[in-house]
Design a protein around this ligand. Structure first.
Ligand SMILES: CC(C)=CCC[C@@H](C)[C@H]1CC[C@H]2C3=C(CC[C@]12C)[C@@]1(C)CC[C@H](O)C[C@@H]1CC3
Length: 380
């Protein structure tokens, strides 16, 4: 399938806005996190849960067919939209407002390391004051706010989830950054921006949600000005991944299910997609392969040996298997007594399974969440 042959999902912004209002109500401007999670509309939440998990329930790597994978990729936008309808509050509660991993230096505070990863990408693509920059798949705008402050550029965040757009807009107003930031709803496979409209484009662990990387990279190429640079931290299976190996496929499927991904591909395919759409590759590197003292996945591994200070105790403990069992039981109890909408436990379980897949993939050298690719659109 070439970039031109990708089937796009038909967009319906009015329908999405109505659903967003029904599911999230006024929680978009609330403090967020755990309490927001409990105040969703129960029927709308059930619909989101059913729509998301229909692609994964009763499926396994051993029995998965090409048709299952094609059904997922055909509904890539709905799948990712509902994943984030379910996971956004948990992410904010358990991780913060920058939905990505990063490298860590010994003793470095968590949020400092997250910001450093964002600055590193901004520096690699040469973002300068006043530039018009696009953030593809901007989440709730954590990276866009940090990069706007770091570079003085104007950033447009593109996102297909209305709740995340609302939260990103809310935070930008709160931080007095509305003049520098704008958030636009849309599918990154069919962007509404005219050709040649941005000086630079970046994507942080977001384009993995595409059904085909050449599709989203092709759109990025189109909206980038000639001579402009695109930088991405991509989630990819390494070239050690063997699709004939059941354990490898198990790991990939666990990552996909736990993270709203329809079809994750390998490093070679990622590089191929950049070249296919016309980018001149300036740099590419697996940052996870650098000899860091601490692995990128330590906050989700649940191992006390990775604690940097006593302040990390609760973050580490909550990812242990015992704590996950408690979360499972607690969310189940909240659902039973009607304090949490149905699907809260299922979502927490899927995230935990996804986290296990990420750690297993990393330990076996099969997966990276930070494959850095920097490409230039040739000047005319
Ligand atoms: C989905 C993509 C492409 C990117 C998101 C990367 C990370 C921000 C997430 C991947 C796994 C997530 C988990 C959590 C937060 C966000 C992630 C690290 C939790 C720690 C949130 C709190 C839950 O109780 C456990 C979650 C485990 C997975």
């Amino acid at each position: 399938m070439s970039a031109q042959q990708i089937r796009l999902e038909k967009e319906n912004h009015a329908r999405d806005a109505d659903f967003n209002k029904a599911l999230h109500g006024k929680t978009a401007t609330a403090v967020g996190g755990f309490s927001s999670m409990l105040s969703k509309d129960k029927d709308a939440k059930k619909l989101a849960v059913d729509e998301y998990f229909k692609h994964f329930d009763n499926k396994s790597a051993a029995t998965e067919t090409d048709a299952d994978r094609e059904a997922r990729t055909a509904e890539y936008a709905t799948l990712t939209k509902h994943y984030y309808n379910l996971a956004t509050d948990l992410y904010e509660y358990g991780w913060g407002q920058s939905f990505h991993f990063c490298r860590f230096s010994p003793g470095e505070p968590f949020y400092q390391a997250i910001a450093r990863h964002e600055h590193f990408l901004a520096a690699n693509i040469g973002i300068k004051p006043g530039m018009k920059v696009l953030d593809v798949g901007c989440g709730v705008g954590g990276p866009a706010r940090e990069i706007a402050k770091f570079t003085d550029a104007h950033i447009t965040g593109l996102n297909n989830n209305d709740y995340q757009i609302d939260r990103a807009t809310h935070y930008a107003v709160k931080e007095g950054l509305s003049g520098q930031l704008k958030f636009v709803k849309g599918d990154f496979m069919q962007m509404s921006f005219p050709d040649n409209s941005f000086d630079a484009v970046y994507a942080i662990e977001a384009t993995v949600h595409a059904p085909k990387l050449a599709g989203v990279y092709g759109e990025i190429y189109r909206v980038l000005k000639p001579g402009g640079v695109f930088g991405v931290y991509e989630w990819l299976m390494t070239d050690e991944y063997d699709s004939k190996n059941l354990e490898h496929r198990d790991i990939r499927l666990a990552i996909e299910e736990g993270n709203g991904i329809s079809n994750m591909v390998t490093i070679s395919e990622g590089l191929g997609a950049m070249k296919e759409v016309g980018f001149e590759l300036l740099h590419h590197e697996d940052l996870a392969a650098r000899p860091d003292a601490l692995p990128w996945f330590w906050p989700i591994a649940g191992e006390l040996r990775y604690m940097q200070s006593y302040l990390d105790f609760f973050s580490v403990v909550r990812m242990t298997h015992t704590a996950r069992g408690l979360v499972h039981a607690f969310t189940g109890f909240l659902e039973l007594v009607g304090l949490a909408p149905k699907g809260t436990k299922k979502t927490a379980d899927a995230l935990a399974k996804g986290a296990d897949g990420l750690v297993a993939g990393a330990r076996k050298g099969l997966f990276t969440p930070m494959y850095l690719m920097v490409g230039r659109k040739p000047a005319n």
